[in-house]
Design a protein around this ligand. Sequence first.
Ligand code: PRX
Length: 660
Amino acid sequence: MGDNTRATDLLIESVLQERRQFPPPKAFQAQARIASLEQYHQLCQEFAQDPQGFWGKWAAQELHWFRPWTQVLDWQPPQARWFVGGQTNLAYNCLDRHLHTHRRTKPAIIWQGEPGEVRVLTYEQLHQEVCRMANALRALGVQAGDRVGIYLPMIPEAAMAMLACARIGAVHTVVFGGFSATALQERLRAAQAKVVITADGGWRKGEVVPLKPQVDQALAAGQVPTVTQVLVVQRVGGHTPMTPGRDVWWHELQPTLSAECPALPLDSEQMLFILYTSGTTGKPKGIVHTTAGYNLYTHLTAQWVFDLREEDVYWCTADVGWITGHSYVVYGPLSNGATTVMYEGAPHAGNPGCFWDVIQAHRVTIFYTAPTAIRTFIKMGEEHPRARDLSSLRLLGTVGEPINPEAWLWYHRVIGGERCPIVDTWWQTETGGIMIAPLPGATPTKPGSATLPLPGIQVQVVDRQGEPVGVNQGGYLVVTHPWPGMMRTVYQDPERFRRTYWEQIPPRDGQYFYFTGDGARRDEDGYVWIMGRVDDVINVAGHRLGTMEIESALVSHPAVAEAAVVGRPDEIKGEAVVAFVILEGHYQPSEALKQELREHVVREIGALARPSEVKFTESLPKTRSGKIMRRLLRALAAGEAPSGDISTLEDQSVLERLRD
Ligand code: PRX
């Protein structure tokens, strides 16, 4: 854990000035699934009285089982097994079971490409395509337990590929299309992927972003020897070199494949996916989720937090490359039989009103996006949403980073027309689904707070020893009871799993604390206010990045002797990347070199990690034991005077020089 006082402290200050509460709007509440705080408390009560009975009841009621479980939870901290002995299939729960109902002809996915084309897939059509894709994977040699890399733009095939894996028990590992060939290679190698599903390219801000060449580069010269085949979706057209014997076009294979592929009954704890995310070290961690618990948790939380109803058109703007895309573009909504919108473009893809066009065109009722996007919209001007008909909206959500009250209030007023509740949802790749959020028909909201933990979730704010801190005092956010959507391990690194999440706060008397890595406080009403990461993770435009990953990327450049990366508060992105760099002796600081280093990071990781600023320095502030004092660098990057204890700083003059 670092010594951080975070960029988000600034946010807390502005939060404190906004004290209004927003009760659930009457019209919304009248029709909500969970329509009062009493009902919420009753659910919490049910859980407290019988935690296993609580989850067992929901699992039996909400999912299809090929074989019932014999035990709801086997908890050998930190190892959890949920619905032990049961068999289910996530793709079956997302598709097949809806086919016997009126949902057969209901749109499952409404997709809009960035250039404007629209594809609607009913549950029946999606089922067929997923079966074909599953048969394709089988034809390419994929068996249950094999890992499949998915590197696709936001097109329906991304959801199909995930569901196809889930259907046959293969493990997907989706890599965000914005990651570079190097980052892709690292993830494919770590997961020992057998097959990669990609596309020739995708559209981004009016331009074609090539993807297949990145895959070629990642796999060049046998760098990822486990990969034997690449399935390529044609998205953009034009010439794409194919490697004979390895690469196969999806559109050539697809017509030859059967549209039937029975969903395999899978063990509850069958590994479902690995998703790489950033942590404290230079190497991303493979977060492992398994079948039944993840299915139940994303299903229930989607239903509760978004108050999903049959007629909803639900749009989550996340990319499937992130956990939000997994849980709340694909699995949660489809398991509930909802209509999920997929959009290929960015908030400012060509036209500043493009998001509002999507809402207007498809009569979207629920809209879920990131605070960064909202701040971008504010900057683009409210005339754009004002010029569209947004009256279909009934609920708004945010995710991924703290939302500043100004942005919350704008969202409420301009997008929500003051009639839509806002759900600020706190969770992580590791938690699988939403953990802390309002229930829109029940929980009064306070702008900037994710409010209360969901039923079945118990959190505390504690000090280093696990002692709860007082009301409104800052501390570490921990979860004190296992939940079905929790990560099961770090792929092939159970030690890292134990160390990172279960030993940061020492267990005592059999009580284990899941360490979230976030600082928080709880107010007099028990509302949780997230204060941001307390480790070396930064949050840039809602994207989670490890400072050490960026540092590793920088030092892999021949000009760089040493680098330290910190986040600086940024009006739009939340945080921006600032890199302090010590050059190798024979390199001279220059603007061109700064630019070169920024582009080097893009090549190594992706554009999302591009430093906003590179500062050359001759030394870095370090403790006597050689640890970089990031707290001081953060203050400098933010243009503030470093405060707090500097007595451990080895060379006091470093600060002076850095400030100059
Ligand atoms: O710091 C918290 C922040 O995002 C981190 C998790 O990032 P990731 O695993 O990429 O998942 C993002 C999408 C779930 C958290 O540790 N975070 C997420 N949601 C919120 C948030 N911070 C404040 N408020 C939120 N609603």
